[in-house]
Design a binder for this molecule. Structure first.
Ligand code: PMP
Length: 415
């Protein structure tokens, strides 16, 4: 287990927990800078997965046998653990496990949006949303007649809060905002947006996919009505994510998916629903993944989310500094010295992002190239695609230097 001193991460000991980082490609050691897409998995989480399948595997909620009891307790406790991880004092009743952030978004859009929205209503979101929220609200808007409005971003990639104040009115039913932008790295003032939304009797949904893994999150301090995240971006497995919802909202909403596990009583005419959160977890859930996501939360808490945030910000600032040395490189999002998430998207004049990523891959440097599921934002920025380097607890400044050296190669190839 990684240990840390009072201020900084003990990177060497953290890296020792991630066996995948030792992989080499073409004689070069992997430099994994695609963490905003998916983070790597540490030994304690891998061990939890192996142990679960070796010792505990059974279906939950149903069996009276010992294995099922143990699996059920571990799976249910995992909900409490994740609730606590993001500051939800209501425990499991406010923590629904989903497949990922995208499913959490859709759960709210279908279960709340389809029933509550109609012509004349408005959904206010931002120009920097991930498609998981942008496309979902756009399509729910089309189906219900509600109008979707977008809060502008300024030159530096910050939200224009005057515009937010203009757009959020008595017609607004839902404000939906990304906490940390996966393209710009901007940390949005979601608490302030929540206050504005609530002043107008609207709800707020926060997409925390890039926040929960990387900084301390307190959904009650934000006063979020809904808050979504994914396990695979926080050192946990794929196939699992979470949706926090205020209890009275989760109580009053219709289920999203129907079927087994989510019912209390069924007859041929009608059905009633199980307690929270099971009402929203139809069918056999991702049991092992849920338990492993709780192990990931333990792992991150042991390191300390405030230290993780500081480390990632330091790496982002260093990357910005190094990239700014080159006249032909344009970086996006808040400039140096401004608080930002641990990622930097950039563009090299004359080199397509996909070509660049391929050349970086030849150096075993893994980055993301494309529109990062923020196509309208890329249209606004005037670029078809960008290259994104995103950092996590095991990354170092030396790895950013390797990235910069590899960029030089690309430049020479395309010059
Ligand atoms: N929102 C943001 C800000 C993201 O970065 C991502 C993942 N790139 C998502 C939502 C979607 O996450 P998932 O694919 O796990 O549903």
């Amino acid at each position: 287990m990684a240990t840390t001193d009072s201020d900084h991460l003990d990177i060497e000991s953290i890296r020792a927990d991630f066996p995948i980082l030792e992989r080499e490609f073409g004689g070069n050691q992997l430099v994994y800078l695609d963490n905003a897409a998916t983070t790597q998995t540490p030994d304690p989480v891998i061990d939890t997965i192996v142990e679960y399948y070796r010792e505990t595997n059974a279906n939950v909620h149903r069996g009276l046998h010992q294995l099922s009891q143990e699996a059920s307790v571990a799976y249910e406790d995992a909900h409490d653990r994740l609730a606590d991880f993001i500051g939800a004092s209501g425990g499991r009743e406010e923590m629904v496990f989903t497949r990922n952030t995208t499913e959490s978004e859709n759960l709210v859009a279908y279960a709340w949006g389809l029933n509550e929205l109609g012509p004349g209503d408005e959904i206010v979101t931002t120009e920097m949303e991930h498609h998981s929220s942008l496309v979902t609200w756009q399509q729910i808007g089309k189906r219900t007649g509600a109008e979707v409005k977008y809060i502008r971003i300024d030159e530096d990639g910050h939200l224009d809060m005057d515009h937010a104040n203009e757009l959020i009115t008595e017609d607004t039913q839902m404000v939906s905002a990304v906490h940390v932008s996966n393209t710009l790295g901007t940390v949005n003032p979601v608490g302030e947006l929540a206050d504005i939304a609530h002043d107008h009797d609207a709800l707020i949904f926060v997409d925390g996919a890039q926040a929960v893994p990387n900084m301390p999150v307190d959904v009650e301090a934000i006063d979020a009505d809904f808050y979504a995240f994914s396990g695979h971006k926080m050192a946990g497995p794929t196939g699992i994510g979470g949706l926090y919802g205020k209890r009275h909202l989760l109580d009053s909403m219709e289920p999203f998916l129907y079927g087994g596990e989510m019912i209390r009583h069924v007859d041929y005419e009608d059905s009633t629903w199980n307690d929270l959160p099971w009402k929203y977890e139809a069918g056999t859930p991702a049991i092992c993944q849920g338990i492993a996501m709780a192990a990931a939360a333990d792992y991150l808490d042991d390191i300390g989310l405030d230290k993780i945030q500081r480390h990632e910000n330091e790496l982002a600032q260093y990357a910005l500094e190094r990239l700014d040395e080159f006249d032909d490189i344009r970086t996006f999002g808040p400039g140096p010295g401004t608080k930002r998430g641990g990622l930097v998207s950039f563009d090299i004049e004359g080199v397509h992002a996909h070509d660049l990523a391929e050349i970086l891959n030849d150096h075993a440097v893994a980055v993301r190239a494309g529109h990062h599921c923020t196509q309208p934002l890329h249209d606004k920025l005037g670029v078809a695609a960008t290259t994104r380097a995103s950092f996590y607890i095991y990354n170092t400044k030396a790895e950013i230097d390797t990235l910069i050296d590899a960029l030089d190669d690309a430049r020479q190839l395309f010059a």
